[in-house]
Design a protein around this ligand. Structure first.
Ligand code: HEM
Length: 518
């Protein structure tokens, strides 16, 4: 035993500490060495993956660069930054496509990262591709609407189903809810809803305050869809700040943000908006869940239910032997689809029509005279009357020519094809824009002029250059439905307002605001 145990312990401790630190030093060096290998391999992997990706992008460029198109802003981004600039400048992005269509011809190329999209506006190719069931919807575009910022949204519903069989089964079952027999039975509701709009306008007129027509027709179209498609009367005209209406609007906005900027959700400044949009999508689906359950219970209790869209949605489920959660989700997909597809498209068309009627008193007078002649002193429109509004139909068609409210569709070209003398290699998206072809001089003379005469029965029919409801098997299911919905409010707008004297249009692009004297 040492005579100086304290000193001994200190020496022993310091030796132990030395050993400890030496071991720690070597193990750290070893781990650092491993870490550096790991980092090296990871960086190499990233570098080679990036190189491989660049080579792939180069390959795509070589494959499609014989097709004319605007110069790319950058090798990788392609035309993405051009779009971002155009959108930031508050310009209508579709006007850029019109300019490109005029400059580069009926077939031109757009690149974004490794994807090539071929924009086509020549009628023959439009006919060949859109009319054929063999060209499916582009999965890269439509699958992006399956979710909205990670929340299930349109899923595998009618608009977004890409697989032909999945889509066709739904469409076949849904068709009866849009048949003329069924629509005929809805005339009472259509008339009642436009009556409500009229009463509301009268109240506004009494207070001599401006009426924002775009907001009002938004409420009416939403009311109509809720009532005739789902049997629920919510009377949005009387509601202020309705969570359901806000949710529909937010989801529509979210779709545009998500489709136009795939990186939108990555920026912290957008997180609040993204969360609001996700909550809105959730609210729509939860509402669908509630309404579907209510109708199921009514059917089970033997109650008499209308043969509306909701009944057909349930029937789709029945025929598909729906019992799994997956198929239940598909019913909700279609619930959301009908609101998204039907409401804003119709409301915007009505708003644009009202705006153009306000801008053109002579067209307004002629439409009014036609309505007066057909309806006389009648207050309600019958299904038969609808076919007699020849001029009003021309006005509505011309409105959709200048302002197609769902301005295009995409198909996947799975095989090589020659379009307008150019070989288009298969494996790309083909974009058809009704906005572009409907605003081109080569198809419609003086295209920016609002002229319902273009749709006179004796005028030449547009040949595959006018398709606001798309064309072929994937044409709009609600086309006739929306026509009925659009004609009924016009009986009032035309007979009761005097826009030449009282109409004051603010913001010519979209928001129609009128001062009424009913
Ligand atoms: C002015 C009003 C409307 C316009 C301009 C319009 C336009 C369109 C267009 C262009 C498409 C094709 C979309 C694509 O290919 O991506 C479409 C599809 C569709 N629309 Fe409409 N739409 C209108 C009103 C409605 C209404 C009122 C409903 C239902 C209540 C509706 C239900 C649908 C459905 C279910 C589809 C998918 C059809 C399928 O692929 O089988 N639409 N619509």
């Amino acid at each position: 035993m040492s005579r100086h145990p304290e000193i001994h312990r200190v020496i022993f401790d310091s030796r132990q500490t030395d050993v400890f630190y030496t071991e720690l030093f070597y193990s750290t060096i070893m781990s650092l060495e491993w870490l550096s290998y790991l980092v090296f391999y990871l960086l190499s992997a990233v570098f080679f993956a990036f190189l491989a990706y660049c080579l792939y992008v180069h390959h795509v460029h070589r494959k499609y660069d014989h097709i004319p198109g605007p110069p790319r802003d950058s090798f990788l981004l392609g035309h993405a930054s051009t779009f971002t600039r155009a959108m930031k400048s508050d310009n209508v992005i579709h006007d850029l496509f019109v300019q490109w269509g005029e400059k580069y011809g009926p077939v031109y190329r757009i690149n974004i990262f490794h994807q090539a999209t071929i924009a086509v506006h020549c009628p023959e190719a439009t006919k060949t591709i859109l009319m054929s069931p063999k060209y499916l919807k582009d999965p890269f575009v439509y699958k992006r609407l399956f979710n909205l910022f990670g929340k299930r949204f349109l899923g595998n519903g009618l608009i977004t189903a890409v697989d032909h069989d999945v889509w066709y089964r739904q469409r076949r079952i849904m068709d009866p809810a849009f048949s003329s027999t069924y629509l005929r039975s809805l005339m009472g509701t259509f008339n009642e809803m436009s009556e409500r709009l009229m009463d509301h306008l009268e109240e506004i007129a009494d207070t001599k305050t401006p009426a924002v027509m775009h907001d009002l027709v938004n409420c009416v179209t939403l009311d109509v869809i809720c009532k005739v498609a789902f049997g629920v009367d919510l009377n949005f005209l009387k509601q202020t700040d309705s969570p359901f209406q806000n949710a529909v609007e937010l989801c529509l906005r979210g779709m545009v943000l998500d489709l136009r900027d795939p990186f939108f959700a990555l920026f912290p400044k957008n997180w609040k908006t993204v969360q609001q949009i996700k909550d809105a999508a959730e609210l729509l689906r939860k509402t669908g869940e509630k309404w579907i359950q209510k109708r199921k219970t009514a059917i089970e209790n033997g109650e008499d239910v209308p043969k509306d869209i909701l009944t057909q949605i349930l029937k789709t489920a029945e025929e598909e032997k729906v019992n799994s959660a997956k198929d239940h989700e598909q019913m909700l997909d279609n619930f959301v689809t009908f609101f998204i597809a039907g409401q804003e498209t119709t409301a915007n068309q009505l708003s644009f029509a009202i705006m153009e009627l306000g801008r053109h008193p002579e067209i307004y007078k002629r439409a009014k005279a036609e309505v007066d002649e057909i309806l006389g002193t009648k207050r309600d429109i019958s299904y038969e009357d609808l076919g007699k509004f020849t001029y009003l139909s021309q006005v509505l068609k011309e409105t959709l020519r200048l302002y197609p409210t769902a301005p295009g569709t995409n198909r996947w070209l799975h095989e090589d094809m020659v379009i307008n003398g150019l070989k288009i290699p298969g494996g790309c998206s083909v974009a058809f824009s009704s906005y572009v072809s409907q605003r081109m001089d080569m198809y419609f003379k003086d295209p920016l002029k609002f002229d319902p005469e273009r749709f006179d029965v004796n005028a030449p029919k547009p040949y595959y250059c006018y398709y606001p409801f798309a064309l072929g098997p994937r044409t709009c299911l609600g086309q006739v439905f929306s026509q009925v919905m659009k004609h009924t409010p016009h009986k009032h707008n035309c007979t009761s307002l005097s826009p030449s004297e009282f109409l004051d249009i603010q913001n010519m692009q979209a928001n129609v605001c009128i001062l009424l004297d009913v």
